[in-house]
Design a protein around this ligand. Structure first.
Ligand code: TYM
Length: 322
């Protein structure tokens, strides 16, 4: 099945990225799956060129370390396939200013900085281009990307209504549990690369002792009943969701086995450490071989361009470009 998803190379990858997105990518990978390190998106916020270069390689390595097999799926860097920027322009002439200025992530990020970049506003159009260029049927993402995905669907439908049936309308897919991993210190806020406190997010390359410390110190509540109740017990429910994603059991079933928070935390820590340790090990093996990595992403870009080129042409023709 044709699948596309993307991740920004904008800092250390965390447990939310893994459980919400990358793990799903591994599970659904197939020769029609395209996984993209979206370096153009990272330019919407301040990032030093040398940092972006390194983080793009870090991010591609993370995908491989998590289990994406480049012999099966295509792993590539967004800026290596020029159709993304070209398609984005076409779609900017389909999307409206109003719908972009209503995007929650835009409003949050724009409110943090005066003189924000125009790219921050048009960002979801580039994301729509990423998706629509591949005729993606499914887009596995975390819950925080739902609104952007809805925009991609709306843009595709509007395009088709205006220019004839041209683009595939995709659907977003979320994992059953941990679609929105919350900050361990502030469990009403999502775990995030940019604003989480040091103890709030578990990084994929954290040492086991740090993972254990962060989970043991996770903010819960003052009751002592282990119950899955995201509204009233967000901290505890977050731990149950993480555990659920790792083991495949439902959060309520897991909750029913515990009577003490401390015991639950110990077992969550063990499960997360078991899940992440092989990933960190593999990352450390792969990251030094930059030549091998570059060859993987060059091959990925060729495969991506083979699919994206004809779709771009279809869209350009439909709009009347010669
Ligand atoms: P990004 O780089 O912020 O995150 C990458 C993926 O990780 C998921 N994610 C989470 N899932 C659960 N809990 C969390 N706390 C959490 N934080 C992040 C995100 O939902 C995402 O799936 N705009 C996108 C990148 C993008 C993209 C695309 C995605 C660009 N083009 C095309 C899909 C298709 C982003 O910034 O993700």
């Amino acid at each position: 099945m044709r699948i596309l998803s993307g991740i920004q190379p904008s800092g250390d990858m965390h447990l939310g990225n893994y459980l919400g997105a990358i793990k799903q990518w591994v599970n659904v990978q197939n020769p029609e799956a395209f996984y993209c390190v979206v370096d153009l998106h990272a330019l919407t916020l301040e990032i030093a060129p040398e940092v972006l270069r390194e983080q793009t390689l870090d991010c591609a390595t993370t995908l491989l370390a998590c289990g994406i097999d480049p012999e099966i799926s295509a792993v590539f860097v967004q800026s290596h396939v020029a159709y993304h920027a070209q398609m984005s322009w076409l779609l900017e002439c389909v999307a409206s200013y109003g719908e972009l200025s209503r995007m929650t992530q835009f409003k949050e990020k724009a409110s943090r900085k005066e003189g924000y970049r125009v790219g921050l506003l048009t960002y979801p159009v580039l994301m729509a281009a990423d998706i629509l260029l591949y005729d993606a049927v499914e887009v596995p993402v975390g819950d925080d990307q739902r609104q952007h995905l809805e925009l991609a669907r709306n843009v595709a439908e509007r395009f088709n209504a205006r220019y004839g049936d041209t683009l595939t309308v995709p659907v977003g897919v979320q994992p059953a549990a941990a679609a929105r991993v919350m900050d361990l210190q502030e469990p009403t806020r999502k775990m995030s690369k940019s604003i989480s406190s040091p103890l709030g997010s578990i990084l994929l390359l954290d040492d086991p002792s740090d993972i254990e410390k962060k989970i043991k110190k996770a903010v819960t509540d003052t009751e002592n009943e282990v119950r899955y109740d995201p509204e009233n017990k967000p901290g505890l429910s977050n731990l149950l969701e993480i555990f659920s994603n790792v083991t495949g059991e439902s959060p309520s079933v897991i909750a029913s086995r515990y009577s003490r928070y401390g015991d639950l935390k110990s077992d969550v820590a063990t499960a997360v450490i078991e899940e992440l340790t092989p990933i960190a090990k593999r990352y450390r093996e792969l990251r030094p071989d930059v030549a091998a990595l570059r060859s993987v992403i060059a091959d990925g870009a060729r495969r991506a361009a083979d699919v994206a080129g004809p779709v771009y042409q279809r869209a350009a023709n439909a709009m009347g470009l010669l």
